[in-house]
Design a protein. Structure first.
Length: 739
């Protein structure tokens, strides 16, 4: 009996050993990808060679950029596909939150072009922001490319089981991410400190995993890998003192501290194959060189090609790997929309931003443009979505986490010849009285104090209510030499101190965040004094009056940029019916004044752009007040009120009740973000420019050469302008965003 028992046990042991031998013959291979910012794109090149060797990757893990590459590979993409996807993800704009301007809310198209940076305010305290931006632009694109696995919450169930690492900023501990919404996990693992804002998951505040574990070998071994292939793009030595001259360099140095310690060295020794691309000449932000960095990854892995082939020979063929496919622009019908997590913003508001409605046929581009549009409101910390099949179309689930910060202090700087230097302080507060309202107040401190207050209740395509109040003041000294200005009827030279107040209550509807139409009522107050009225330099009060006018407006802003646009269309039309005034200086009579501006910008070549602009203003009725006329001259980009830029002439040096103006601007990008422009404009002013003496009677012309630079603090431009009419020329320098 005992012999039978021993025989049976022997059979089981032999069977067990045999099974282990079979399992060992089919090696389970894990791949580990380190963090390294843009240098991590070399992982794609290494993966291409690993595939070429015939290796089946059973597990993959990474940190930071290694997590992004590894996560998308785990979702089913091949290395060749990833190489094609990289330029579409826009990693070169990863640190800019460069959501296309056309997708920004209508009010933010101008607001985003005023402020250099902003500081959150919470509990009456000004805080240091967790990062320069949120990286939404790239993450939303990653969400699109991983849409086919968005319903998978357990990363072990991805086509290739996956793990990534983040750091809990609360206690400095490692957080191993094996479950959740894949795009959010990738965003958390790559939240480069100070450059990208942290990600909140449950009670954790997560930042870049490279701080605690930039090479997660042990975590991939725990998943079941028999051997590890490691690809490491992190620094293997510390930078010298002179090399620590930028924020990315300093952060890279901090992450390098833990990469050169004994524990990390031990991780490298656990790899069967260790691949180290030579990318030290690139910085963590050199995404523009993605093609060169990928090739370096290929070259580094090719040194290990024979060793990789030996590993592949010990694996069975994998016939079950799910392959991803590029997101297609196929149309689908929206069967159901489920929205959760919204407290202060209604579902109707969110659907309008997403431009979703039941039964609507949309494509992938439309849907992800809606996600970008919702992100651009800055109302939400995270936006998760899932698209699943229904009976008659797609079911869309949107889960939101609202931004807990409701107030911000924003700052800007500017200089121009008219308003001189100014520092802009802005305080913006949301949900002050209603769920979807916003109060924004600008104060300009400097050579000329100004303010601009906007309170707006945003109801999307439905009628929204706004209240605006602003004040501007400036001084200009102009000689009216052959100018045809209605000011010249009073005297030949003005040294004018000008103050203007505007208060407007209006209703407005916005469509697709580019088109706005509205109506309201406006109160305008103008106070102007001339210091040159008498030889004794006594001041005469030209005007000190109030005006009431109903108004209508219609605007379309489709420019891709405000200051150096390369494509797009702009239309701005408004009309005021001046009904009442307490003016005692001029004989006031009710009249209507309408103004239209059109700009069309089109690219002629990759770096060469043409912009054609036309403007017109027409008055109906009698107006004898020159301060309600339109006055042309100067090169400031934007004015409120009655002053219109015109290159070649001094500010406000010619004008009348009506005007026609046409301009042509040819812009060439000499270097990235450096622009050389040639500008020409022609105009005519009068009482009835459409029918009096012909369109080309007594026209004014002016020309300019301009060199502009796009900087993080706003545009800088130097302009030389001249006119052959009176043989005058001018130089002007402008620094910073206009406000």
């Amino acid at each position: 009996m005992q012999k039978w028992v021993l025989s049976i046990l022997s059979i089981f042991i032999l069977a067990s050993l045999s099974a282990q031998k079979i399992e060992k013959d089919d090696l389970k291979v894990g791949v580990v990808l380190s963090g390294g910012g843009a240098k991590g794109l070399a992982h794609i090149g290494a993966l291409k060679v690993i595939e070429e060797a015939g290796i089946r990757i059973d597990y993959i893990g990474g940190t930071s950029m290694g997590a992004i590459v590894g996560g998308m590979y785990a979702a089913g993409y091949s290395a060749d596909e990833l190489e094609q996807i990289v330029p579409k993800l826009g990693f070169d704009q990863y640190l800019e939150d460069a959501i296309p301007r056309k997708l920004l809310p209508f009010d933010k198209k101008l607001a985003n072009d005023k402020y250099v940076f902003k500081l959150p305010i919470k509990d009456k305290n000004i805080l240091i922001p967790g990062g320069i931006n949120k990286g939404y632009n790239v993450m939303n694109k990653i969400a699109r490319y991983t849409e086919h696995v968005n319903s998978i919450q357990d990363f072990n169930k991805l086509p290739i089981p996956f793990v990534c690492i983040a750091t809990n900023l609360v206690n400095g501990e490692q957080v191993t991410l094996r479950k959740g919404y894949l795009p959010v996990a990738l965003r958390a693992s790559s939240a480069y400190p100070t450059l990208l804002t942290p990600v909140e998951i449950e009670d954790k505040i997560l930042v870049d995993g490279g701080i605690v574990n930039n090479f997660p070998v042990d975590e991939v071994l725990e998943m079941g890998a028999d051997i590890i292939i490691g690809v490491d793009v992190s620094s293997n030595k510390l930078k010298l003192k002179d090399e620590l001259n930028s924020l990315p360099a300093m952060i890279d140095q901090m992450i390098s501290f833990q990469m050169i310690n004994d524990e990390t060295q031990a991780k490298k020794e656990k790899t069967a194959i260790y691949i180290r691309p030579e990318v030290m000449n690139y910085s963590v932000t050199d995404f523009v060189h993605y093609d060169s960095i990928i090739q370096i990854g290929v070259e580094a892995a090719e040194w290990q090609l024979e060793a990789l082939k030996k590993i592949a020979a010990q694996q069975k063929e994998n016939k079950n790997k799910i392959k991803a496919s590029y997101p297609r622009d196929e149309f689908f019908t929206v069967e159901a929309i489920h929205i959760s997590g919204n407290e202060n913003y209604s579902s109707a508001y969110i659907k309008e931003k997403l431009q979703l409605r039941l039964g609507k046929r949309i494509n992938a581009d439309d849907f992800y443009n809606g996600i970008d549009r919702l992100s651009a409101t800055n109302h939400f910390r995270s936006i998760e979505h899932q698209i699943s099949n229904g009976k008659t179309g797609k079911i869309i689930d949107i889960h939101l986490s609202e931004n807990r910060v409701k107030s911000y202090l924003q700052l800007g700087v500017h200089y121009d010849p008219l308003f001189k230097s100014g520092v802009l302080l802005n305080i913006t507060t949301r949900t002050l009285l209603f769920k979807n309202d916003q109060l924004s107040t600008d104060f300009v401190i400097g050579g000329k104090f100004r303010y601009n207050l906007n309170y707006f209740i945003d109801n999307g395509v439905n009628a929204s209510l706004g209240l605006q109040s602003n004040y501007q003041t400036f001084n200009f000294n102009t000689e009216f030499i052959d100018s045809g200005s209605t000011f010249s009827d009073i005297m030949n030279n003005l040294n004018l101190d000008y103050d203007e107040y505007n208060n407007r209550l209006y209703i407005q509807a916005v469509y697709r965040d580019n088109f706005a139409v509205g109506m309201g009522g406006q109160h305008k107050r103008i106070k102007a004094t001339n210091e040159n009225f008498t030889e004794q330099s006594h001041t005469e009060l030209f005007v000190n009056s109030d005006y009431i006018s109903p108004c209508i407006f219609i605007s379309y802003d489709g420019l891709n940029e405000r200051y150096f646009p390369t494509r797009g269309f702009l239309f701005d039309g408004k009309a005021h019916w001046y009904l009442w005034s307490d003016d005692v200086y001029y004989d006031f009579k009710p009249f209507v004044s309408g103004q239209v501006k059109i700009k069309y910008t089109l690219p002629l070549t990759k770096h060469f752009t043409a912009q054609i602009g036309s403007e017109a203003a027409i008055s109906l009725g009698s107006n004898d007040n020159p301060f309600l006329d339109y006055h042309l001259g100067g090169d400031n980009d934007t004015y409120q009120g009655q002053f219109v830029p015109f290159y070649g002439y001094e500010f406000g040096s010619f004008g009348n009740t009506d005007y026609l103006k046409t301009s042509l601007k040819l812009q060439y990008e000499v270097y990235p973000k450096h622009y050389l422009s040639a500008i020409g404009n022609i105009a005519r002013v009068g009482k009835d420019v459409l029918f009096e003496n012909g369109l080309f009677y007594d026209t004014k012309q002016g020309y300019a050469l301009q060199y502009g630079i796009k900087t993080i603090a706003g545009p800088i431009s130097l302009t030389y302008a001249f006119t052959p009419d009176i043989k005058n020329d001018f130089w002007s320098l402008k620094i910073g965003y206009w406000f």
